[in-house]
Each structure stands twice: as C-alpha cells, then as structure tokens.
Ligand binder design. Sequence first.
Ligand SMILES: [Zn+2]
Length: 280
Amino acid sequence: MISLLLSTGSLWLLSLIAAPTSLNLDVKSGRLSISTPEEVGEDAISVNCQNGERLGAVRILFEKMGAQASDIAIEKFNKVDNLVLRKQGKSEELIVIGAHYDIATLGCGAIDNWSGIVAMAHVYRSVRDLPMEKTLIFVAFGKEEKGLIGSRAMAAAIDKVQLRQYCAMINLDSLGLGKPQVLENLSSKKLTVRVGEIAHRMHMPFAAANIELGNSDSSSFLERKIPSVTIHGLAGDFSKVIHTVHDQPKFVKSDSVYLGYRLALSVIVDIDKCSCDEFR
Ligand SMILES: [Zn+2]
C-alpha cells in the first residue's frame, strides 16, 4: 500500500487516476504508458544496498521496464562505468536524462539515489514506444558521490561539433522525502523556469525553497554549457537522512518519487516539442 504523505500530493495522485495526464500527450494512441503510483512505489522500496551490485540492479530494472538487453550499453571510462540507453528520435537533437546509481559511504542509498534511478526508469518505460522528435539518452551515472566522476567523463567526451546537438540535460537526484523541486544553484535559469511552469500547469505539488546542496550531475553538463536542471524531492530535514545510515527504503515516501517521475516525464515530452534554442 502506498503511503500518501504529502497531503496535496494525495489529492493530485487521486486526480491522476481519472486523467492520466494534464499535458497534451499522445495518450490516445496508447503509445505513452503512464506508470501507476503503486508500480513506482514498489520499485522505489526494492533497493539493493550494495554499491558493487547497484549497476546490475539498474540493468535489471531497465529490463523490467521493457528494455532489451541489447539496448543497454555500459560505457566504460577511466575507473567508472555509466549505463546508457538510447531511444532514437526523428532528429539527432539530444535530451539526456540522468541519475546516479552509486551510494554514498553510509546507508542504503534508497533516497540518494535509487529514487532517481526508479523515476528515470519509469520515464523510459512511459516513452519507450512513443514516437518522438528528439533522441533521448538515459544514463545511470557511476561515482557521483566521489565527485561527479561518471557524468564528468560523459560530458567531457562530447566534442565541440556534437555539443550543439545537446538540447537539455534532466538530472534526478534524491527524490523520496518531499515535493519535487529544482536545485536552482545547479540548474540553468531557463530550464528552471520551464520546469516550474510545467509543474504549475499540471497542478502538481512543487516546492521552491532554496536548498544549497553540494553538487550533482547536472553540473558536469552545465560546465559544457548544455542547459541542465537537477530535480530533487528533499524536504527540510533531509540532512538527517542523506549521506547517513538513515538513508533506508523505509524512509522513502513513494508519492514523492512518483511526483518526480511524472514531472520529469512531462518536462521531457515538453522539451521534445521545443526548439533547443529556447533553453540556451
Ligand atoms: Zn545524490
């Protein structure tokens, strides 16, 4: 049973069951499949707490979401493995959606950041059969906690000619405690504004508190001047949980993960229809 701990979120989730989306998505064709809160919640609390087994767990999750084994690539850089899945669109313009899979030294990494992995994997499931303009790259980054090593390796490998193809990077880090929000100090302005507008349009619970957090994988792409945004779901008392022994599945509020998933999905579908110049 899903715990509905965000009071306004509960209402929002209930209204979702009647109306699968409040954006003009291609639902009539049946090609956009929206996961239920129960499906997301179940995956959010099924956490493998071993750092060494986490990459394998991400692979299993993507296969559960309908990916073929041959769709999944492990990109090996110096001392780090990123798991990458590409969904070809009509154009070569790229949207990266990412979440780190590694665990900080303490705890189980349920909130930081299995939650982000689960939200990303469900976005994949939702759009897998949806014809899209842009090409999507789903990435589970390694060694974020060691200093954004996986995302920096990927961003650094983009050459100058390819750089123009990168339209946006959506990073999901640490959902599961509260309403989704943008980590503004690690996000570009135009994308931050757009994410807020989309949440508003969806009548979704959305927070705008200014949390100064260390760092996350959006920074690696911002450094390459790719419009980027980090979405998280950290509430006020997050410092008692994140990077501590208390980062455990029992503290994950699955509706927070679900809202993060729905927001990320809508952001990607929205950006897909836009000119990339809107965010640069
Ligand atoms: Zn994290």
